[in-house]
Every structure is written in structure tokens, then in C-alpha cells.
Design a protein around this ligand. Structure first.
Ligand SMILES: *Cc1c(COP(=O)(O)O)cnc(C)c1O
Length: 411
């Protein structure tokens, strides 16, 4: 496998490390092939919000396993998962299941272009929307980490239809919409960004995007693949009270199996085949094994509504680190919402990708590796967010604080 991995960030290239191969996970703990234990702050990039190997999810998968893994035909499980999602994210009046976040955003873009009859889209530098051709233009995390603002293999004619603006910059995006509004199909944004580190959108910025889309008769797409069921039950859109036309989901809704979803206004969604002319399909879309995991996890998350608790837990750890760092004279900034958090080696919190580039990458690497040596598994890049689970109880929090104290002593 190129780089030894099936997804680039896992290679640990940007922290001068080697990928760790895992063999099992339970609650907040990952165990590698050499039996080393780590306290996990990635949680499979989001889905493990109630901890690894959650018994409720495992039992649901086990029960479905006995009934078959795929029929290539409709099941009631798909309807149940769709209803659960819609109950918490009501802007998704109709939705479809797909197999990844990439598929979800890709389908949103096609739908927006087909519905509006326009071709251009606006995205924001540092926001990552999967490895879709049209969206892999100044994308965050993996791509920016490896210094590839655009990827070879993406036709320049297609990339030319994508305009990239700085995040949280109202003036810049307003100017571009003024210029290309007549050709604009959609603005796509991570309302709470997790792919240039953790950077929440500012309310005024997001509400301006809503107005700009209304004015130019283009669609507002919220990519909540990461923030959906991670920052709040209703996602970022419920926190900001802003209604996108289309939403993309992934990660948490699959309960650790490959699932994505996209949805929005009924009038738009009904343009999809077989009702409308815009084509979208999937052999394994909505497959019962993945649906059973998603249903079990979402039911449990909705029941528990753990988001306040998660925020308190990550804040306790992060503030502890901030104090220790400041004692050593090392700049450190941090923030969190629900089960997502972030930190930067900088005095002030960055507002966009350009700010993140100014943070101290060497110190990030040193801190990351020192923490890893103590068995703390943070995301291996300053362009990624952190994730905590409901199984990170007070004992795990205390252990984390103690181990990080030892790690910081080594810096
Ligand atoms: C992870 C992610 C994607 C892509 O999802 P995949 O399942 O990896 O294809 C898209 N958008 C955002 C915001 C993400 O965090």
C-alpha cells in the first residue's frame, strides 16, 4: 500500500513518525499489535462517540449478521435510520444513504448543479469535503499537510469552477458572489471546521453565507460529515440556528461502519432519480449491517445527549495542558464544542487556515510525539481536530492529565 496505509493522514508523515497498527479497541482505549495501550482522542475520527466496541452497537451488528449482510433491496432499517436523522436534523426533509462522506458531498454538488442549472461552487480554504474532484481545491488536513493545494489528476477545467475563499472572511466571499453569483450553484462549508484543526465558523460569517445564497439563488450546503451528531444532536446548524438547503453527514451516523447521508429540502431532493432526472445510486447504499450499527448508535446518542458532558471533559484536559504549557512559556490555545475539541501551538486561536499556518509546527510535533510516548493518542497533524467519548470518565481524564504532565516535562 502506498505509504503503508489506506488513507494518507494515518502514515504519521507530518509528525515524523511511523503509523501504529492496532488490533483491538474498547471504550477509550486502543491496543496496538505489540500490546501497547493508548488513550484514544481520535475515536475513528468521530464515530466512537460512545467509546469503542460499544456493546449496544456490537449487539445490533451481531443480530443483523444472522439475518444477512446485504440484499440489494430496501429494508426497514434504512427508514428507521433516516427517521432518526430527520428527527434531529429537520432541514433534511428527505435524505439518501451512501457509503462515505465523500459520496455524500459529491452527491450534494451534483444535485446543486442539476437543480440550479449553474456550474460554479465556492468553498473555503482549509475546509475538507472528501476527495471529490471539484472539492479537492485548497482542501484541509491530509492535502494541506502534504503541501498539495491541488492534486494532480484533477482537470484544471473542473478546478476552475471551484472558487476558494478564506474561512470566516465575510468580505472575501461577498466579493466573489457579487462577481459570479449568476453562475453560482452552491456554497459548501464546514460550519464547524475540523480539517484545519478545530475552528468554529463565526455566526455572522455563516448567516452571511445564507443571505448570499438566497440573493444569488444558489444552494447553501453544510458539510456536517464531521460535526453531525458530534457537536450537538442537531449538528452545527442547530447551534447556529441557520438552515442550509442541503446537508452532508457521515462518520457518527454509521456507528463505525461505512455510511454517509445527504439530504435537504424536499423540492430539491425530489430532483433525484427515479423521481427526477439527476442520477445518483449505490449497490451497497443503505446496506443492513451498516444501518443496524447506525441505528443502534444514534438511538443511544439521542437517549444520552452527552454533548455538555463531553465538552466539560475535553475542556478539563485542555485547560490543564494550557496551564502546564504556559508555565513553560509555550503558547497554547484551545477550544471545544460538544464532543469535538482542538488545540494550537499559538497564543491566540486561529480563525482560518492562513492563521493555522502561522502556528508552531515543530512544537506540535514535539508535543504530539511526547504525548504518544506516554500513551496518549492525539490526531497526528496540527490540521486535525480532537474527539472525546462518553467512556472517557474521570479516571481516564485523570490518567490523561498525569501522562501529559510527564510528556510536557520532556519538551
Ligand atoms: C471525513 C470528512 C469527509 C469525507 O468523509 P469520508 O467518509 O472520509 O469520505 C467530508 N467532509 C468532512 C467535513 C469530513 O470531516
Amino acid at each position: 500500500m502506498p505509504g503503508g496505509v489506506n488513507s494518507p493522514v494515518r502514515a504519521f508523515k507530518n509528525v515524523d513518525g511511523k503509523p501504529i497498527f492496532f488490533k483491538s479497541a474498547k471504550g477509550p482505549i486502543l491496543i496496538d499489535e505489540d500490546d501497547n495501550q493508548y488513550i484514544d482522542f481520535i475515536g475513528s475520527w468521530g464515530p466512537m462517540i460512545l467509546g469503542h466496541s460499544n456493546p449496544v452497537v456490537l449487539n445490533a451488528i451481531r443480530a443483523q449478521l444472522e439475518l444477512g449482510t446485504s440484499y440489494g433491496a430496501p429494508t426497514s432499517l434504512e427508514s428507521i435510520l433516516a427517521s432518526l436523522i430527520k428527527s434531529q436534523v429537520p432541514t433534511m426533509e428527505k435524505l439518501r444513504m451512501v457509503n462515505s462522506g465523500t459520496e455524500a458531498t459529491m452527491s450534494c454538488i451534483r444535485l446543486a448543479r442539476g437543480y440550479t442549472g449553474k456550474d460554479k461552487i465556492i468553498k473555503f480554504t482549509g475546509c475538507y469535503h472528501g476527495h471529490v474532484d471539484s472539492l479537492l481545491v485548497k482542501a484541509g488536513s491530509g492535502v494541506s499537510t502534504f503541501g498539495l493545494p491541488d492534486s494532480p489528476g484533477i482537470p484544471s477545467k473542473l478546478a476552475a469552477l471551484t472558487y476558494s475563499c478564506p474561512y470566516n472572511d465575510i468580505e472575501a466571499v461577498s466579493e466573489v458572489v457579487n462577481e459570479i453569483g449568476d453562475d453560482l450553484a452552491a456554497i459548501i462549508v464546514e460550519p464547524i471546521a475540523g480539517n484545519m484543526g478545530f475552528i468554529p465558523g463565526e455566526h455572522k460569517f455563516l448567516s452571511t453565507l445564507r443571505e448570499l445564497c438566497n440573493k444569488s439563488e444558489s444552494l447553501l450546503i453544510f458539510d456536517e460529515v464531521m460535526s453531525g451528531f458530534r457537536v450537538a444532536l442537531g449538528g452545527a446548524q442547530s447551534i447556529y440556528s441557520i438552515k442550509p438547503d442541503l446537508t452532508a453527514l457521515g462518520k457518527v451516523i454509521g456507528g463505525g461502519l461505512p455510511v454517509g447521508s445527504f439530504g435537504g429540502k424536499q423540492s430539491i431532493m425530489d430532483q433525484l432519480a427515479p423521481i427526477g432526472p439527476i442520477y445518483q445510486a449505490g449497490t451497497l447504499s443503505g446496506n443492513p449491517l451498516a444501518m443496524s450499527a447506525g441505528v443502534a448508535l444514534l438511538e443511544a446518542v439521542i437517549n444520552l445527549n452527552p454533548f455538555d458532558e463531553l465538552q466539560i471533559a475535553s475542556s478539563e484536559i485542555m485547560l490543564h495542558i494550557k496551564n502546564l504549557m504556559n508555565e513553560k512559556g509555550i503558547p497554547f490555545s484551545t477550544s471545544s464544542i460538544g464532543g469535538m475539541f482542538g488545540f494550537f501551538l499559538s497564543e491566540n486561536l486561529p480563525r482560518n487556515f492562513e492563521d493555522v499556518l502561522e502556528t508552531d509546527d515543530e512544537m506540535f510535533k514535539n508535543f504530539f510525539n511526547a504525548a504518544l510516548n506516554q500513551g496518549i493518542y492525539f490526531a497526528p497533524s496540527r490540521f486535525e481536530a480532537g474527539f472525546i467519548s462518553s467512556t472517557h470518565d474521570q479516571d481516564i481524564i485523570d490518567q490523561t492529565k498525569y501522562k501529559i504532565e510527564k510528556a510536557i516535562k520532556e519538551l
